[in-house]
Write a protein that binds this ligand. Structure first.
Ligand SMILES: NC(=O)c1ccc[n+]([C@@H]2O[C@H](COP(=O)([O-])OP(=O)(O)OC[C@H]3O[C@@H](n4cnc5c(N)ncnc54)[C@H](O)[C@@H]3O)[C@@H](O)[C@H]2O)c1
Ligand SMILES: C[C@@H](O)[C@H](N)C(=O)O
Length: 343
C-alpha cells in the first residue's frame, strides 16, 4: 500500500508498505480522507513538537476516515462497507486514568502521528473497532475526518461548561478556533466573538457567523469586548491561538466568575499571568487536552446539520501530492488542507 513517510524535516517519501492484517478486535479501513493538522505541519517543518521528536521515519495524519474492508474475527459491531471516522488516540484501558473515565489522559495512549506511532497518510489502517465510529448516510468521510478537530472544540466547550445564551470569546481563528465556534453554537452560545491577528482569518470567521471579529493586535480588544457586553465581559473564553500574550488577554476579557479554557499550546511554556485577577474575580482557568467521548456527539451534530466542518477545508490533494500539500498548508493564511485517497 502507498504510504507517505516523513523521513526527515521537509521530506516525504512515498513507500510501498505491506497492508496490515486486522487483529481480532480491529477493523481494516481503506483510508479516504485525512486532514492536515497544524501538528503535522510542525513535525514536517521542525521534526519535533516539544519532547516528541521524530527519531525514525514517521507516517503523519491523525484526522482520518474511510471504509471498512475487513473485520477482525472478534468484531461484531462493524461490517465490510461501513464508513467510519477513526478516533486517533487508543488508550491502554487499564491505568487509573482509563478506569476513571479520563481515557484521554492515559499516559500509554497510542496516538496516531505522534512519535513513535504512525498515522493515516497511507492507504490502509488497522484500528480497534471501538475507536472506529460508523458514519451515517449523509455524513461524508471528509466530515468524518474533521470529527477530530471538532472533537477538540466540543471537549473545550464541555470543559468551559458553555451553555444556552452564553457569550463566548474564541481567541484564534485557525481550524481549532473555528470549530470551537461551531461547538459553542451547538452548545447554545448565542454570541461568539472571535479574535485573530490576520485580517483574512477575521474575515473568514465573520463569514462563518462570528458576531464580532476583532484584531487582537490592534490593542483595543478589551474595549471592544466591554462595548459588546456592556462592560460585563464574556462568560467563557476559549484560548485557541497558542499565543503567549493571549493567555493574559483571555483573563482580562472574561466576566467575574467566568471561565477561561486554555486549548492553544502556548509557544512559551511559562507565560505572565496576573494571579490576583484570577483570585479577585474567582475565575476558573482550565486546561483542555484532546478529548474524550466526543466522536458520537460530533457525528450526531454533523448528521443533524447543526455544525459545518467542511467549510474550513480550502484545498484537497492526493497522497502523491503530499509534499506540495504540506508546502501549501504552511501558508499562515490557509486554514485546512485534506489529503484524499481512492484506493
Ligand atoms: N489542547 C489540545 O488538545 C489541542 C489540540 C489541537 C490543537 N491545539 C493547539 O491549539 C492551537 C490552535 O490550533 P490551530 O490548528 O487552529 O492553529 P493555527 O496556527 O492554525 O491557528 C492559530 C490562529 O491564532 C492566530 N493568532 C496568533 N496570535 C494571536 C493572538 N495574539 N490573538 C488571537 N489570535 C492569534 C493565528 O493567526 C492563527 O489564525 C495551537 O496552539 C495548537 O497546537 C491544542
Ligand atoms: C489533539 C490533536 O489534534 C493534536 N494535534 C495532538 O496531537 O494532540
Amino acid at each position: 500500500m502507498r504510504t507517505a513517510v516523513l523521513v526527515e524535516p521537509h521530506q516525504f517519501e512515498l513507500e510501498d508498505r505491506p497492508r496490515p492484517m486486522p487483529a481480532p478486535d480491529e477493523v481494516l479501513v481503506a483510508v479516504r480522507d485525512v486532514g492536515i493538522c497544524g501538528s503535522d505541519v510542525h513535525y514536517y517543518e521542525h521534526g519535533r513538537i516539544g519532547d516528541y521528536v521524530v527519531e525514525n521515519p514517521l507516517v503523519l495524519g491523525h484526522e482520518s476516515a474511510g471504509e471498512v474492508v475487513e473485520v477482525g474475527e472478534d468484531v461484531t459491531t462493524h461490517e465490510v462497507g461501513d464508513r467510519v471516522a477513526l478516533e486517533p488516540g487508543v488508550p491502554c484501558r487499564r491505568c487509573a486514568h482509563c478506569k476513571h473515565g479520563d481515557y484521554h489522559l492515559c499516559e500509554e495512549v497510542r496516538f496516531m502521528a505522534t512519535p513513535p506511532h504512525d498515522g493515516a497518510f497511507t492507504e490502509y489502517v488497522s484500528w480497534p473497532a471501538d475507536y472506529a465510529y460508523e458514519l451515517p448516510d449523509g455524513v461524508s468521510t471528509t466530515e468524518g475526518a474533521l470529527c477530530e478537530p471538532l472533537s477538540v472544540g466540543i471537549h473545550a466547550c464541555r470543559r468551559g461548561d458553555v451553555g444556552t445564551g452564553d457569550t463566548v470569546l474564541v481567541a484564534g481563528a485557525g481550524p481549532i478556533g473555528l470549530l470551537v465556534m461551531e461547538a459553542a453554537r451547538a452548545a447554545g452560545a448565542t454570541d461568539v466573538i472571535v479574535t485573530d491577528v490576520v485580517d483574512e482569518k477575521l474575515d473568514f470567521a465573520r463569514k462563518r457567523g462570528a458576531d464580532l471579529a476583532v484584531d487582537a493586535a490592534a490593542g483595543d480588544l478589551e474595549a471592544a469586548v466591554d462595548e459588546y457586553t456592556d462592560g460585563a465581559g464574556v462568560d467563557v473564553v476559549v484560548e485557541a491561538s497558542g499565543a503567549a500574550s493571549s493567555v493574559q488577554t483571555s483573563v482580562d476579557v472574561v466576566r467575574r466568575g467566568g471561565t477561561v479554557v486554555l486549548v492553544g499550546l502556548a509557544s512559551e511554556a511559562t507565560v505572565p499571568l496576573d494571579v490576583l485577577d484570577i483570585i479577585d474575580n474567582e475565575l476558573d482557568v482550565l486546561g483542555s487536552f484532546r478529548y474524550k467521548n466526543t466522536y458520537p456527539t460530533a457525528i450526531d451534530l454533523l448528521a443533524e446539520g447543526v455544525v459545518d466542518v467542511e467549510g474550513i477545508v480550502e484545498f484537497e490533494s492526493t497522497l502523491d501530492e503530499v509534499d506540495d500539500a504540506f508546502r501549501r498548508a504552511m501558508d499562515p493564511d490557509v486554514i485546512k488542507g485534506m489529503i484524499t485517497l481512492d484506493s
